[in-house]
Design a protein around this ligand. Structure first.
Ligand SMILES: [Zn+2]
Ligand SMILES: [Zn+2]
Length: 426
């Protein structure tokens, strides 16, 4: 029996937000409340927040195919160091997660590593080419929990319509990387004053908005669940808000970088601030924050995208898109609470129960009987991010050297301490 005592327990799935004890037996939560009795192991969580292990529905592992950037083991370590115990991995590996065999391999390897629940997102189209649909039923049987071609948009309207129809017949969502390539290809940062100043090609906000507008029409036609990945523009937030008002099954996630940073980060040609969609203007950042505040955006997800230095130190135009995010998700997102945009409980919901609900996962709750996947953090702890200390194999973060408030102190997976005070126990 293990006891976590005196922590501020936040479990949005059960409406709990109070100082409480949690006790654990055989890997499961057996009680939440006031504990009296004897425990073999005790974690004193006084002054700390105790919440479900975080759920990140948007992660790029580079295994199979590019293990020098990240593999299932290093990605799992980065996850638990960031308080994440469940995550979804995107299909743009080599080979793609577009057939059952490769999904089963990833799941098996994840179980061997044993640090996190890892759920693959199945590819919508073969080789992510956007032309021919995968055998979606087989991917579901193999363990896929949703569908996406992320990294690439599902650009063909007919393919998108069919994908939405099939996915909804399994009760699954289609996750769109919304980017109209006719408007964005060749671009490397947001299109605007800064792209002009730097003399590089830009990606206009309309490249994101126009595809989401089309997709919402298709979601209405197919009566299906459509999910916008990494939403980054004011126009996109407004489109999703409108669709939800209409009662459509349209949901969205925002990545911490899009509500924390603006395009100014790339002013010195910083490739560690290059991602797709790009960092936008302050007005767009504020619109994403407003979407988080009013509930239009239900989920915070990292879009963790590890890249080797060689893929980043070759000039802004040629550098790969993406940043690592698992180990900075919580402190960066806590700024929303410090800025009084949302409550701590709302924030925890966007990183636990909300994504779990959208994906029909059992994770993201501290219910009695649930697996004891738990994140304990000190919301006030101040520290400075040093990228050389990341557990990820890659170092591509725009927050290197920046001050953070809030730090994970313990991560538990199935009742076992897998991370505490800076050390991963695998
Ligand atoms: Zn994407
Ligand atoms: Zn992505």
């Amino acid at each position: 029996m293990m006891l976590i005592k005196n922590g501020h327990v936040i479990d949005p799935a059960n409406g709990i937000d109070q100082v409480s004890d949690i006790w654990i037996e055989n890997g499961n939560i057996t009680g939440v409340g006031k504990f009296s009795g004897k425990a073999e192991q005790t974690i004193d969580a006084k002054g700390q927040i105790v919440c479900p292990g975080l759920v990140d529905m948007h992660v790029h592992l580079r295994e199979p195919g590019q293990e020098w950037k990240e593999d299932i083991e290093s990605g799992s370590k980065a996850a638990v160091a960031g308080g994440v115990t469940t995550f979804c991995c995107m299909p743009n590996t080599q080979p793609r997660l577009d057939h059952a065999g490769v999904l089963l391999q990833v799941i098996q390897r994840a179980e061997q590593v044993g640090l996190c629940n890892i759920h693959p997102i199945g590819a919508v189209s073969k080789n992510l080419e956007g032309k021919e649909l995968t055998e979606m039923r087989e991917l579901v049987r193999a363990g896929a929990v949703a569908f996406s071609d992320d990294g690439m948009p599902i650009w063909h309207a007919g393919v998108m319509r069919k994908a939405l129809e099939y996915a909804s017949s399994f009760g699954f969502m289609v996750i769109q990387h919304a980017e109209e390539l006719e408007l964005t290809s060749g671009g490397c940062i947001n299109e605007g004053w800064i792209s002009t100043q730097l003399g590089v090609e830009g990606m206009p906000a309309e490249g994101e908005d126009s595809m989401i507008a089309r997709d919402i029409m298709l979601a209405r036609l197919a009566d299906a669940h459509y999910h916008v990945a990494h939403i980054s523009t004011a126009g996109a937030v407004q489109l999703v808000r409108q669709a939800r008002t209409e009662g459509l099954k349209v949901t969205a996630e925002a990545a911490p970088h899009h509500f924390n940073l603006t395009e100014e980060e790339v002013m010195n040609f910083n490739a560690d601030a290059k991602m797709s969609p790009p960092l936008r203007t302050e007005a767009n950042r504020q619109a994403v924050i407003e979407g988080l505040r009013d509930g239009t955006i239900e989920v915070i997800a990292t879009d963790h995208a590890p890249h080797h230095e060689d893929d980043k130190r070759c000039g802004l135009s040629c550098a790969a898109f993406g940043i690592v995010g698992l180990e900075t998700m919580l402190p960066v997102s806590l700024e929303l609470v410090a800025d009084k945009v949302i409550t701590m409980s709302d924030l925890v919901a966007k990183m636990t129960s909300n994504p779990a609900k959208l994906l029909n996962l059992k994770s993201g709750t501290l219910s009695v009987g649930a697996e004891a996947d738990i994140c304990i953090f000190d919301a006030d702890k101040k520290w400075t991010l040093d990228r050389s200390k990341l557990f990820s194999k890659s170092r591509n973060t725009p927050w290197h050297g920046k001050k953070m408030t809030g730090q994970v102190t313990h991560t538990l997976k199935g009742g076992r301490v897998v991370f505490s005070d800076g050390v991963v126990y695998d």
